[in-house]
Design a protein. Structure first.
Length: 262
C-alpha cells in the first residue's frame, strides 16, 4: 500500500519546483513580448525578436563557433578522459593518491583564475590562434566531467569480464574496445552531454580566449546586452532551451534517459 506524502513535503516540493520553473516562464514570456524592451508579463505577443535573432549574422556565426568548440572540445576531452577514468578505476591501488585530483583542478580553481591562466599560457606565451586557444581551453574545462562521469560507470563494472577476455586470447587493447567500452557507453553519452552543455554555456573562460572575429554565443550575448535592452537575448535563451529539450528527446529515443543516468 502506497503511503501518501506529508502535506509539508508536498508544499515544499511544489514550492521548489515553481522556484526553478519561474525564471524559464519569465524568459519565455519576455521572448514573445511585442515591446522593444524586456518586460513581463508580455504586452502583446509577437515573433519579431525570434526573427531578429535569426536575421542577425553575428548571433549565427557565434552560435556556429560555440557548436564547433563545444563538439570538438568535448570529443577531445573524452579521448583523454575515458582512458584516464579507466586507469583510475582499474589501477587505483598502484597510482599515487594525488594523481586523480589533477584532472579535477579545472573545476576546483575559480574560472576567472583559470581563464586568465589560459590567456597567459595559450595566447601570450604559445601565441596560438584564437580558435585553437578556445578548443584547448574548452577541452581542459570538459576533462573533469569526462573523468568523473565515466569513472562512475567504471566503478560499477566487473573487471573480471576483461580478465576473462584476456585469458581467452583477446589482446589488451581489443578487450578494452570490445568489453569495456560497450558496457560504459551510457556513461560516455552522459559525460558528453554534461560536458557539451557546460562548454556551450561557458562565459568566464571564453571571455579571456575570444578575439577579433571569433566569439562564442554567450560572449556575443554578453556584449549585446551592454548596448541593447530588447528581448532578443530572451529569444536566444528560448532557442537554446528548445535545443536542450531536442537533445534530451533524441537521447531518450535512442538510449533512454534511465540508461544514460546509470
Amino acid at each position: 500500500m502506497r503511503k501518501s506524502l506529508h502535506p509539508f513535503v508536498l508544499v515544499m516540493g511544489t514550492g521548489v519546483f515553481l522556484f526553478l520553473l519561474a525564471p524559464l516562464v519569465i524568459i519565455l514570456g519576455a521572448a514573445f513580448s511585442d515591446t522593444t524592451y524586456l518586460t513581463f508579463p508580455p504586452q502583446g505577443l509577437s515573433l519579431r525578436w525570434f526573427e531578429n535573432v535569426l536575421a542577425k549574422q553575428s548571433f549565427i556565426e557565434a552560435f556556429k563557433t560555440s557548436l564547433i568548440v563545444a563538439t570538438f572540445g568535448t570529443t577531445f576531452a573524452l579521448i583523454v578522459g575515458v582512458p584516464v577514468a579507466y586507469a583510475l578505476a582499474r589501477y587505483r591501488s598502484g597510482l599515487p593518491s594525488w594523481y586523480g585530483s589533477i584532472f579535477f583542478l579545472p573545476v576546483l580553481v575559480p574560472e576567472i583564475v583559470f581563464g586568465f591562466a589560459l590567456l597567459k599560457t595559450v595566447i601570450v606565451a604559445l601565441e596560438l590562434p584564437v580558435m585553437t586557444a578556445l578548443l584547448v581551453g574548452h577541452t581542459i574545462l570538459a576533462i573533469p566531467y569526462a573523468v568523473r562521469v565515466v569513472g562512475a560507470s567504471l566503478a560499477a563494472f566487473d573487471f573480471s569480464a576483461e580478465e576473462a577476455a584476456k585469458s581467452l586470447g583477446c589482446p589488451p587493447v581489443k578487450s578494452f574496445f570490445v568489453v569495456i567500452l560497450p558496457n560504459i557507453a551510457s556513461g560516455i553519452v552522459a559525460a558528453f552531454i554534461l560536458a557539451f552543455i557546460t562548454s556551450l554555456n561557458d562565459v568566464s573562460i571564453s571571455l579571456f580566449l575570444t578575439g577579433p572575429g571569433v566569439s562564442t554565443l554567450p560572449i556575443e550575448l554578453f556584449t549585446y546586452v551592454e548596448q541593447y535592452f530588447d528581448p532578443s537575448v530572451a529569444a536566444v535563451s528560448v532557442l537554446l532551451m528548445v535545443l536542450t529539450v531536442a537533445v534530451m528527446v533524441i537521447v531518450e529515443r535512442s538510449l533512454g534517459l534511465s540508461a544514460v543516468m546509470r
